[in-house]
Design a protein around this ligand. Sequence first.
Ligand code: PEP
Ligand code: MN
Length: 451
Amino acid sequence: MNALDDAGWQPWDWQQRVAAQQPEWPDPEALDAVIKELAQRPALVVAKDVDRLRAALARAARGRAFVLQAGDCAESFHDHSASSLRAKLKIILQMAVVLTYSSGVSVVKIGRIAGQFAKPRSAPVEVVDGATLPSFRGHIVHDDAPTLDARRPNPERLLWAYDQSRATVSVLRALTEGGFADLSGAHRWNLDFVASSPEGQRYQAIADGVDRALRFMAGCGIDLEREAVLHQVNVWTSHEALLLPYEAALTRRDPASQRYYDLSAHMVWVGERTRQLDGAHLRFASGIANPVGLKVGPTMEPDTLVEACRILDPDRTPGRLVLISRMGHDAVRDRLGGLVEAVREAGYPVVWLCDPMHGNTFVSQSGYKTRRFEDVMDEIAGFFEVHRRLGTHAGGIHLELTGEDVTECLGGSEAVLESELCRAYDTICDPRLNARQSLDLAFRVAELLIR
Ligand code: PEP
Ligand code: MN
């Protein structure tokens, strides 16, 4: 049966299944009131744009585009200035230019942005400075301060998350459509602290090349003013569909097609800890028309994955399903191939992305959760090797990064050392690549793309 037209599916019927990783809201009535309020609010994105992203992802599924999905592990209520958003956008645009300029492949840009607030956790409690506290589940649930009071779930925060997402969407739109993303300004995307670095200089050379290409096209008589792709970009929004009441409240039926869209974002994904076949998250995701991602970790078995594909993409629609492999650098070469083959044999036209972050996290001697740049790169290299061997398309990468000059991941060309993690460890959840590490990574991925 076609799940998208499934007359039996309803935005709230996941409530009949077990929903993993939901906070224990202290006051269910207060949560209900918030949900009612959210359901009245305007959608954050429009269905037509969700369809455009699906079409772009369909090109990636056919091997004609590469996906760059990137942003914070968890967005913060404390830091959402226009300047940090601009920095995040700059690094994503720079990486896309590097990839396209080097390989000639078009890049579908998707932020972990404008709604990436809820976090699943491996353990329900954590010990901070000797105190045992409920684990931090994201600012949409509670504050990150290490006190019992701060960690009490507050449903009002769903509305704050909505408000911040709405503001983010509007700044993003102003920047991507209002001249900031014009390709003729690619020089200006270099961030101050990046410009003098080897990656920054390498990027300047590419921006010079872009200028020359634009002058060449103009010289050939092409009217550059009229070529909208040179002046605007699409940066689509995405987040993990973890808090199902929030997602269901923002799910709306499109009057034209009669299909349900989760209009909290263009794309949502189901995480590694909530992907049970009979669970609430897959049930919810099965009925929305958005492109849907599914995290695929090292314990996933081929049969289970094929069954998840059947639940999420029964019609085998290109651009509908994005499988996000997060194996760890030491497991990717062993684990991924069998899964890719099983999905291919079952005929699902998925996009495969590599998330080289979540299988490579460890705690440093000094107590910081971190990742090594070489492990991240090694997982990406392994991902490309597997796809090359099987003749399938390495469809893109899924990263945690920031435009700021943070010290959260180790290594890279600037060689962040363990002793330096404390200098600017600003993340509220997982460690992110800083702008130099991200640019460095883009140059290396470009080499893998043309090999
Ligand atoms: C994440 O993407 O932040 C995350 C928690 O990933 P995963 O579900 O793959 O562990
Ligand atoms: Mn994360």
